[in-house]
Design a protein around this ligand. Structure first.
Ligand code: SF4
Length: 188
């Protein structure tokens, strides 16, 4: 069915008038035209850059990010992003992004490429050694001994990019290691 210019203008004018009268906001949706995101996998995340913690919608195709934009339903930013957050796409899709472990040994002036397994094992070993070296099992106050199981050689700090679940796991892991110095970037 053909729509004349007059019919179109009349219809859109009525729709606009109805929205203005009822004050009904447009339904929240991502900002992309539907065609651009059609058929893409959609997931939500939090901007990793600063403590504002803006919500984002990420579109992927075959596991590759093809679009990132502000989440209109997120209570912090309601769809808006600053210029840095708007360019987050370039962090994921960037030929200069480091994707392998770079290690510089103490005293060395050069970086070496290492495997993730090597890095995980080294981090785990150093954490265990640090914990064992600094673990305080008991503390005596006014002649009374108390079990404290405290690791005084480590601290943990969370960042703005962590979501609730990650914070929960990080806090739990820290306490399992006996760490009592647990902080968050936003409080410093
Ligand atoms: S989009 Fe900008 S303001 Fe929002 S969290 Fe990221 S860096 Fe901070």
């Amino acid at each position: 069915m053909g729509i004349s210019r007059r019919t179109f203008l009349k219809g859109s004018g009525l729709a606009f008038g109805a929205a203005a009268l009822t004050g009904a906001p447009a339904k929240a949706s991502v900002d992309s035209p539907e065609l651009r995101i059609k058929g893409l996998q959609q997931s939500t995340t939090v901007c990793p850059y600063c403590a504002v913690g803006c919500g984002m919608i990420v579109h992927t195709k075959n596991g590759k990010i093809v679009n990132i934009e502000g989440d209109t339903e997120h209570p912090i930013n309601r769809g808006s992003l600053c210029s840095k957050g708007s360019a987050l796409f370039q962090v994921a899709n960037n030929e200069r992004r480091l994707s392998k472990v770079q290690y510089r040994a103490p005293g060395s002036d050069r970086w070496e490429e290492k495997s993730w397994d090597w890095a995980m094992q080294r981090i785990a070993r150093l954490m265990k050694e640090t914990r064992d070296r600094n673990f305080v099992k008991e503390e005596t106050i006014d002649g009374q001994a108390y079990t404290v199981n405290r690791n005084e050689g480590m601290a943990m700090i969370g960042a703005a990019a962590l979501d609730n679940e990650e914070c929960y796991l990080l806090g739990k892991f820290g306490r399992a290691m006996g760490v009592s110095y647990i902080e968050h970037q936003a409080r410093i």
